[in-house]
Structure formats: structure tokens, C-alpha cells
Design a binder for this molecule. Structure first.
Ligand code: 13P
Ligand code: SF4
Length: 301
């Protein structure tokens, strides 16, 4: 039996389902029952029938799945896979901003800890942040933790006043304009497709800005045949699978999220066999963080 066969047998036995983000390695995407961006995965996680969820992603993803499914077992193939940006919020600053502004909504990117979600009014992902912020009744928006996504949303929703937090994704932050220009020189007819976690100067030279699913869909619909992709290199697998007639290029220093890449087939098999790395969230934290997550799902219907 191959390791994939073993995983499939155990999945049946344990009534388990495998969710994976586009940034994980191709062999993990191959065994997943659902692959997608953060929004798609949280929507899927909210409506699963299986008793065990194996989440091939980073800790905030498993945590959100557990919050939405308190009665289920959520397993992380690698318990140390984490998102650095999720921790880039200062609770004291959050309290200060709440005290300072009366008509305020704290908008929390899903890439955050459950404790930060619990202090927020609504969660968003890169796929729905603009529409959710537009729909909020409050004039003032404190957007945590990502400053780049916050600036992108602020440009699309000029009627709101934004207060910024200094968080960022170390992977998208490192994508350089110089390297994009170099790629453009080499592939002059390529369009630049970027994730809104990229810094402003990259978004300014992009032809399209969207979530990982947005980027994949745009590349499919576009008449263009070549693209420079400014996000984590895991999306290449789906892009090349779905559009073999098109060409996808990355910057010379390919953006890699090391945490997403720590997940291996062996680790997936191991957690299915042992039930190790189960996600636990306290009742208080679950109650607090469930509301903004459910509000996000409600507002995106
Ligand atoms: P999306 O899944 O919303 O595209 O975000 C990318 C990301 O960084 C996930 O951690
Ligand atoms: Fe976090 Fe960036 Fe990795 Fe996404 S790519 S999980 S935002 S560190």
C-alpha cells in the first residue's frame, strides 16, 4: 500500500476529511478533499458532516475550524505550522483604539489568533474584506493585523476612516519590485497578479489584486497567456493543473511560506493514526471568536 492508500483507508475508518490551503505542497493538495483559499476553507469547515477534520494549513486555520465545529476533532499534521502575521497585534493598542473612537468596528483578518478574533467585531479574508467593510455601519475601522491588506481595503472604501496596525506577512512582504521588473523584462506580455498581502508598491504595478482563489480564477478567465504571480508559490500547482496552455512565472526569489510547507504525507498519516495534535480552544475563547467568524460567513452569503 502506498502512503496515500493508507491515508485513504484511515480517513474512511475514522470518518475524517482533509482540508488544504493552496500554499501546501502538491502531494498534500492531491490527497485533500477540499483545497482552497482561507475563505473557501472556513465556509467548508462550517458545514462538514465528518467527525474528524485534518487541516493542512497553519494554526489559525485549524483553530477557526475548531471554533466553528466544537463537537468535532480537528487535527493539525504539524502543530508548529503557524502564521507569523497572526501574532502581530498588540492587545493594548486594540484597547486604546477602542477607547479613542466611538463609532468603531474592529475588523480582524482571519490570519489572527482566536484571542484577537474574540476582541473583534467581524472577521474577514482577502476574498471578502472589501465587501464586508463596505457593509459595516461604523465609520471608523481598526483593521488588524495586516497593514497591507488594510491599505488595499481602505483604497476601495474611501468613505471609511481607517486606523492601521503594523502587522504584515513576511512572505508577501519580501516580494520585491525589482524582481518583478526583472520578470517583466523577460516576459513582457505577462500580466502581474498579486495578493493584497503584498506591499503597496507591488499592488500599484499589478494588473489584478485578489485572494489566491481570485488569482486562480482571474488567470483562467483572462485572454492573456502569461502571468507573473505575486503570492506564495504553492498556487503554481493548481494554476498549471487547471490551465496547462498558460505560463506562470514567479519572482526569482520564490515566495515560500515555510510553515505551510512543513506538512508532509507522513505527518498527515501520523495524526490520522494517533489522533495527535488535536486543536483545543477554551469555551470562553470559542464563544468570543465564534461570533466574528459567523458574522463574516453571514455577511458573505
Ligand atoms: P487567502 O487564502 O485568503 O488567499 O490568503 C492567503 C494567506 O496568506 C493564507 O494564509
Ligand atoms: Fe501567514 Fe504569510 Fe504564511 Fe499566509 S503566507 S500563512 S500570511 S506567513
Amino acid at each position: 500500500m502506498t502512503i496515500t492508500d493508507e491515508i485513504n483507508v484511515l480517513k474512511e475508518e475514522k470518518n475524517a476529511v482533509i482540508l488544504a490551503h493552496y500554499y501546501v505542497n502538491p502531494e498534500i493538495q492531491d490527497i485533500a478533499d477540499y483545497i482552497g483559499d482561507s475563505f473557501y476553507l472556513s465556509k467548508v469547515a462550517a458545514g462538514l458532516k465528518e467527525q474528524t477534520i485534518v487541516f493542512c494549513g497553519v494554526s489559525f486555520m485549524g483553530e477557526s475550524a475548531k471554533v466553528l465545529n466544537p463537537e468535532k476533532m480537528v487535527l493539525m499534521p504539524d502543530a508548529s505550522a503557524d502564521c507569523a502575521m497572526a501574532h502581530m497585534v498588540d492587545e493594548d493598542m486594540l484597547k486604546k483604539v477602542r477607547d479613542e473612537y466611538e463609532d468603531l468596528a474592529v475588523v480582524c483578518y482571519i490570519n489572527s489568533t482566536a484571542s484577537m478574533k474574540a476582541l473583534s467585531d467581524v472577521c474577514v479574508t482577502s476574498a471578502n474584506a472589501v465587501n464586508i467593510v463596505k457593509a459595516l455601519p461604523q465609520k471608523n475601522i481598526f483593521f488588524i493585523p495586516d497593514r497591507n491588506l488594510a491599505h488595499f481595503v481602505a483604497e476601495q472604501v474611501p468613505e471609511k476612516h481607517f486606523v492601521y496596525n503594523e502587522g504584515y506577512c513576511p512572505v508577501h512582504e519580501k516580494i520585491s519590485v525589482e524582481e518583478i521588473k526583472k520578470a517583466e523584462k523577460k516576459y513582457p506580455s505577462a500580466l502581474i497578479l498579486s495578493h493584497p498581502e503584498c506591499p503597496k508598491e507591488i499592488l500599484e504595478i499589478s494588473d489584478y489584486i485578489g485572494s489566491t482563489t481570485g488569482i486562480i480564477k482571474y488567470a483562467g478567465k483572462s485572454e492573456n497567456k502569461e502571468f507573473i504571480i505575486c503570492t506564495e508559490n504553492g498556487v503554481r500547482y493548481k494554476l498549471e493543473q487547471d490551465y496547462p496552455e498558460k505560463k506562470f512565472y514567479f519572482t526569482e526569489t520564490e515566495p515560500v511560506c515555510k510553515d505551510m510547507k512543513t506538512i508532509t504525507l507522513e505527518k498527515v498519516l501520523h495524526v490520522l493514526e494517533t489522533g495527535e495534535n488535536e486543536v483545543h480552544v477554551t469555551d470562553t475563547l470559542r464563544e468570543g471568536s465564534r461570533k466574528p467568524l459567523e458574522r463574516m460567513l453571514e455577511l458573505t452569503k
